[in-house]
Design a protein around this ligand. Structure first.
Ligand SMILES: [Zn+2]
Length: 105
């Protein structure tokens, strides 16, 4: 248990993958929500950026509500101007769950 972070927001799940396309900073975020249950295209997620941290919240998980609705991705430098969805860079990410995923019955 990571006592330091209780009540202070979640630990980062991964580094934000990013690239530059035509001088535009593009952040690559996972196409599936942190719990792996929902696709995040269209209006099914909200993104918020605070100091060096991008949070990608799944609308469906947020509505449950489930404490693990957000990916927390850290980055250095300027905030991305635009986001694209792509699971590939995050295939090896190991998200930190507040709530242990419940195994299927
Ligand atoms: Zn979800």
């Amino acid at each position: 248990m990571d006592l330091q972070n209780i009540g202070r927001g979640a630990r980062p799940d991964a580094r934000l993958h990013r690239r530059v396309e035509h001088a535009v900073q593009v952040g690559v975020v996972p196409a599936r929500c942190k719990r792996g249950l929902h696709h995040l295209h269209g209006d099914r997620y909200t993104a918020s950026i605070t100091d060096g941290e991008l949070r990608v919240s799944c609308a469906a998980c947020f509505a449950e509500p489930n404490p693990d609705h957000s990916w927390v991705l850290t980055f250095d430098g300027p905030a991305p101007d635009r986001l694209v969805l792509d699971d590939a860079p995050y295939a090896r990410a190991e998200p930190h769950f507040v709530q242990r995923p419940v195994s299927a019955r």
